[in-house]
Design a protein around this ligand. Structure first.
Ligand SMILES: O=C(O)c1ccc(O)c(O)c1
Ligand SMILES: [Mg+2]
Length: 597
């Protein structure tokens, strides 16, 4: 199907938006009136510019407060419409959007709405144009798709049909199921937007929080299936009002947008991508280190029971191991700022298929600088700039490392990587969720928000079905002023153990001190025995329990090298989260530690 994007989704001038949409591979646009009004290009020039870029103009929008109004106002609107039909002719666009009236004095009368829309449709028809009528979720009287459809049926004019917008349909309680029964040919246009579930005024929800399909909580595939069942074959067109996207680089937003449509078409079976092979685990995690952070991280790893087992043949890169957990310290990558996770590697049942899928989903390929004879490791670049390597479990990338002679011993009983905590840049949080889900098939387990010392944080748990690859994506909900540290939340690697008390006793790196107040509260919240709480407190171990009674025991280290810390977790039975309620305790303790080293 053709893919379109509304100009309102993208930042910049009309020219910026058209360039970005074309570069991302869109076939067409919905042209917002405001974008035309502020453009120095005459309508005919816009038409030519679009044609040169390979873009069609699929919809002109919108007309507001046109239906269900007094006779006098309606006359004025018809005059205005005539002028707009001339503009549309010059633009070469044939469909115009009419949103249901929001005027406080709009009349609650389907017959009046149908009569006025018919009068407009007749005028449109004279110009070879069509009217797509859309029920805004906050329309004064017409606010649901079924009512807009009743009015269109009543009007019964060939130049009048529906515009269905997934946001307006799915934000309301009226079931969308009946959409499949709409007369074929009567859905003139389809607008797609996702959104998170929010309890708020629907207009504010729509104007500020829409997301691209797959980034929110709506069932977009289910919705589009209903529209296709009604015979719709027009463009899949994104119409996303979002405060972040309005400010972000349009070239990048357009790619994110296109990725959402490709993934949606894959879900719908309209287009088949190479399917996502099962990921099987974390292979290694790489930190970029410098002269200051390198020594700090080395001593932290040693204190956690890791051994420096390998030295890269050609690069200043060290391999540290314990159990199947592998950390790579790379002094060759230059990364602005202090040490951070510069790359991570996951194992895949079929890396080349994983990478083919990533390419089909417009994931940027990471330029791999490889010396002759070195293992071939392919990577993609995640939205936050982290390189994500995808390797086969049997791949011997470790052959690139010469043994140091030190073998990995039992250490402190750390067995594997449990998860990576990746603090995300504010502008790319939603993009990252869609990226990891569509490209690597990591499911969205939950999103939580909590108040932390430096502001509200949002944390999204994602994982593969077998839970051998887990990521915690975090973001500060707002970035204002310069009081909060530049690194609001450091990145971290969490390791598993089956006996955290024994592991804690074996560590020679100090666990982050946890205040007594925390344990006092913990005992009260979970009705824990004094002995158990004392055992936790003795080692700085935090605790969480989910509603089914599954437990997490975990401890943190202080921050090393400015923006990295480690975590040790013991999951008891099927605890599936990250102990998010304890994150503010950890952040306060890390701050305390930084000020009182
Ligand atoms: O928020 C609005 O005004 C608005 C305008 C046009 C649309 O198609 C829409 O879904 C919302
Ligand atoms: Mg709309």
């Amino acid at each position: 199907m053709r893919r379109s994007i509304a100009t309102v989704c993208l930042s910049g001038t009309l020219d910026d938006k058209l360039t970005a949409a074309a570069a991302a591979g869109f076939d067409g646009i919905e042209l917002f009136e405001n974008d035309l009004v502020v453009s120095p290009m005459a309508p005919a020039e816009v038409r030519k510019r679009c044609a040169d870029l390979g873009l069609s103009i699929d919809l002109y929008q919108p007309f507001r407060d046109l239906d269900s109004v007094s006779e006098g106002r309606f006359r004025n609107s018809l005059d205005r419409a005539e002028r707009k039909f001339d503009v549309m002719a010059a633009l070469g666009v044939h469909t115009v959007l009419v949103c249901s009236s929001v005027a406080p004095d709009a009349v609650d009368d389907d017959d009046l709405a149908a009569a006025q829309l018919t009068a407009l449709a007749e005028r449109a028809d004279d110009h070879g144009m069509r009217i797509a009528y859309e029920a805004l979720a906050w329309g004064r009287h017409v606010s649901t798709w079924d009512r807009s459809w009743r009015i269109v049926q009543r009007a019964d004019h060939p130049a009048l049909g529906l515009c269905l917008d997934s946001f307006h349909v799915l934000s309301r309680e009226v079931s969308p199921a009946g959409i499949a029964g709409i007369t074929p040919g009567k859905i003139f246009f389809l607008q797609l937007a996702d959104a998170p579930h929010l309890s708020m005024d629907v207009l504010q929800w729509s104007r500020h929080h829409r997301l691209f399909p797959g980034q929110g909580a709506f069932d977009l595939p289910g919705f589009v299936r209903l529209v296709l069942a009604a015979g719709y074959r027009g463009p899949l067109s994104l119409e996303v009002f979002n405060d972040v996207f309005r400010q972000a680089d349009p070239a990048r937003t357009a790619i994110d947008a296109m990725r959402s449509l490709i993934a949606l078409e894959d879900d719908l079976g309209i287009r088949r991508l190479p399917d996502a092979p099962e990921l099987t685990g974390h292979a290694f995690t790489e930190f970029a280190v410098d002269g200051n952070s390198g020594p700090e991280l080395r001593s932290a790893l040693r204190g956690l029971g890791f051994a420096h087992t390998g030295q890269h043949r050609t690069k200043p890169v060290e391999l540290w191991e314990q159990g199947t957990a592998r950390i790579v310290l790379n002094s060759a990558v230059t990364q602005p700022g202090p040490a951070a996770i510069s790359a991570f590697a996951v194992t895949s049942a079929d890396p080349s298929r994983s990478l083919a899928r990533a390419g089909a989903l417009l994931a940027p390929a990471h330029p791999n600088v490889r010396e002759p004879g070195e293992a071939e490791l392919a990577a993609i670049t995640a939205p936050d700039g982290t390189s994500v390597f995808v390797t086969h479990p049997g791949d011997d990338w470790r052959a690139d490392f010469l043994p140091t002679g030190t073998a990995a011993g039992p250490g402190a009983g750390l067995l594997a990587v449990d998860h990576l905590g990746l603090a995300q840049p504010f502008d790319h949080f939603d993009e990252a969720g869609l990226f990891y889900h569509s490209v690597l098939n990591l499911d969205h387990l939950a999103t939580e928000e909590y108040a932390a010392p430096f502001g509200l944080m949002r944390s999204r748990a994602i994982a593969n079905p077998s839970r051998t690859v887990r990521l915690a994506l975090t973001v500060a909900l707002l970035r204002r002023g310069d009081w909060a540290p530049a690194v609001a939340d450091p990145q971290h690697v969490a390791f598993t153990t089956t006996d955290i008390i024994a592991t804690a006793a074996a560590l020679t790196v100090p666990a982050l001190p946890v205040p007594d107040n925390y344990y006092e509260d913990l005992a009260a919240r979970f009705a824990l025995t004094a002995d158990f709480v004392a055992a936790l407190a003795a080692h700085g171990i935090l605790y969480d329990r989910d509603p089914s009674g599954h437990e997490l025991l975990h401890l943190y280290t202080p921050v090393f090298g400015g923006r990295v810390f480690f975590e040790i977790v013991e999951r008891r039975s099927h605890y599936d989260r990250f102990g998010e309620p304890n994150a503010p305790v950890r952040m306060a303790a890390q701050r305390h530690r930084r000020l009182n080293p």
